[in-house]
Design a protein around this ligand. Structure first.
Ligand SMILES: N[C@@H](CCC(=O)N[C@@H](CS)C(=O)NCC(=O)O)C(=O)O
Length: 214
């Protein structure tokens, strides 16, 4: 298998980058990493070297560039047909794809008002009635799936899938903004935060000297 290069934004801020990064780490896919600090004067020119959209993440493989987090996940599904990036059951897989797409295209109030900032502690900041509605929808998704798949493991569908990667940045946001969760969602969040790759991401975010002090 030829080499993969994943171009990401800096780890404190880049929620979209975390998704394919975490997925590849969880499935043991080796890759080179290029990290571009976001919100700097030189950011746009650096991004445009790799990304047709001017955004990260970008995966480069076999001279093919794949931009957009969900497109990268789907490319990996095709590249490694023997890895279970999605649940094996067809109906569960349909739900996993639906909630991953819902994350990718939705929850804009949460995304706007509670931007990812792994290392910050900002309880209560950014909460509005619209954000609350996004949180309720997300926690309902998590609770239903955890109740359904609790016997199969601690992730949304039991084992780690693309759906967990898609929601991982939300868990970091809930942590930063002190969002109160019911016990089922709290347990799920803690299980994701305990993944060695998540801890590796957060540790690197702490050492990110391009983060603004809050
Ligand atoms: N829909 C895209 C969103 C990518 C995105 O917005 N990335 C942000 C970083 S998290 C970015 O590159 N921002 C740089 C900019 O807009 O200048 C995806 O899923 O990959």
């Amino acid at each position: 298998m030829s080499q993969f290069t994943l171009v990401i934004g800096n780890k404190n801020y880049s929620s979209w980058s975390l998704r394919p990064w975490l997925l590849m780490k969880q499935f043991g896919i080796e890759f080179n990493e290029i990290c571009i600090p976001l919100y700097q004067p030189e950011t746009q020119s650096q991004l445009s070297q790799y990304s047709p959209s001017g955004k990260v993440p970008v995966l480069i493989h076999d001279k093919q560039t794949i931009w957009d987090s969900l497109a990268i996940c789907e490319y990996l599904v095709e590249t490694f047909p023997n890895l279970n990036f999605y649940p094996q059951d067809r109906n569960a897989r349909a739900v996993a794809r639906s909630i991953s797409a819902e994350m990718h295209s939705g929850f804009q109030y949460l995304r706007q008002n509670m931007p990812m900032n792994c290392c910050a502690v900002l309880p209560g900041k950014g909460m509005t009635p619209d954000v609350q509605k996004d949180i309720e929808r997300i926690t309902n998704i998590w609770r239903q799936l955890r109740e359904q798949f609790c016997k199969e493991g601690s992730m949304l569908f039991g084992k780690f899938t693309i759906a967990d990667a898609m929601y991982a940045p939300v868990i970091l946001r809930f942590n930063t903004y002190g969002v109160q969760l019911n016990s089922v969602c709290q347990d799920y969040s803690e299980a994701v935060l305990e993944l060695p790759a998540m801890q590796q991401w957060v540790e690197a975010a702490k050492n990110d000297n391009h983060s603004q002090p809050i």
